[in-house]
Design a protein around this ligand. Structure first.
Ligand code: TXA
Ligand code: MG
Length: 339
């Protein structure tokens, strides 16, 4: 199939994407976090196409995107007070809530789980497309399963050209890492995936403590079950073998001199001191917002340069930095060195 390149600036192109979605086709949709691979969540064949196009494991559930919080309520068994508080505080925006799935919602969307992940994106192009399509939209990140999430239409096409009906191009995604995912089905809300909305912001909006799933910062042991099935899989992973290195720039330089890596993934201001190695940068050291915006493009660049063994400067894990740190840890297969 030929993948149409359409523009989010054009009302006709948005209408065309909405028509494709309603006809059961796949469209890559820009959101404020990353591009999503959108399909009509009420259409079983369309949902199956998502798993097929991505090469996604059948047991990894999808997030359903809605234009309004009032639509989200219809898709779950019970819209809780906690869910309402979070929707009021953070929707539209980069927060996904997990609640018990309503019986009429396709089990395939949740990969058979009895819960459902829901989010109302804030990107104007996503909003327009959701309204025009007028159906709930299932959308995982629009990458081939296992590779870094796409933050531009070019990234989407690098992975999925010829496998999907269209990509709606709206330039680069402003947040750059996927939404915060919070599970509201237990006694205490539990953060399954960090994103722009931080644990502190969640706790402030809820007025109670939020648990953090152990899988956010640690590799799951063979016998552990993942609260979020996506946590089981190797994710965000470039071909390169990354090692995350904590400590000062001087310690990093000393390690690089000993290990002789093929390249370095570092902060913008490190390059001057690291000139003898091939450097890919992912933002200023003190700016986690920019790091989040650039991280996935940087991981793709590492591979484009053919770098195999790569040492990575470790980011701070404050605020959205927790999301950057989490994605890098996973990209590095949890290889972490303190010197
Ligand atoms: O920002 C985002 O969330 C992007 C954009 C496109 O909205 N979407 C995204 O989807 O990152 P995906 O499929 O790449 O990641 C969704 C994560 C996976 O780790 C999945 O296992 C988890 O959310 N998830 C989805 N439904 C779940 C459920 N019912 N219970 C537990 N985890 C769930
Ligand atoms: Mg994904």
């Amino acid at each position: 199939m030929t993948t149409l390149r359409l523009s989010a600036e054009s009302p006709e192109d948005i209408a065309r994407c909405a028509a494709l979605l309603r006809a059961g086709e796949l469209v890559a949709m820009p959101t404020e976090t990353v591009y999503g691979l959108a399909a009509n969540a009420l259409d079983e064949n369309a949902v199956a196409k998502i798993f097929e196009a991505k090469g996604r494991p059948q047991d990894n559930p999808l997030i359903v995107h809605v234009a309004e919080a009032s639509q989200a309520r219809l898709l779950v068994k019970e819209w809780t007070f906690t869910a309402q508080r979070l929707a009021t505080a953070f929707w539209p925006g980069p927060l996904t809530v997990i609640l018990p799935r309503a019986d009429f919602v396709l089990a395939a969307v949740s990969a058979g789980l009895n819960t459902l992940a829901l989010r109302m994106p804030s990107h104007p192009a996503a909003q327009k497309l959701l309204r025009a399509a007028d159906v709930p939209i299932a959308a995982p990140s629009a990458n081939r399963s296992g590779s870094p999430s796409p933050t531009s239409a070019a990234h989407v096409l690098a992975d999925l050209d010829g496998r999907i009906a269209a990509v709606l191009d709206a330039g680069t995604c402003p947040v750059g890492v996927e939404s915060t995912v919070i599970d509201l089905t237990g006694d205490t809300p539990c953060l399954l995936r960090p994103g722009q909305v931080s644990p502190a912001e969640l706790e402030e909006a809820l007025g109670c403590a939020v648990d953090i799933s152990p899988a956010v910062l640690h590799a799951l042991a063979q016998n552990e079950t993942a609260a979020s099935p996506g946590m089981k899989y190797k994710h965000y992973a470039p071909e390169a073998e990354l090692t995350l290195v904590q400590g000062s720039l001087a310690e990093f330089i000393a390690l690089a001199a000993r290990e002789q890596p093929d390249g370095l993934l570092c902060f913008d201001e490190d390059v001057a001191a690291l000139g003898r190695w091939t450097c890919v940068t992912y933002g200023p050291r003190a700016d986690p917002v920019k790091q989040a915006q650039r991280l996935f493009a940087a991981l793709r660049e590492v591979d484009a340069l053919g770098l195999r063994k790569v040492l990575v400067r470790c980011p701070s894990s404050e605020g959205i930095g927790l999301a950057v740190y989490n994605r890098l840890l996973r990209a590095a297969g949890f290889r972490l060195r303190s010197k």
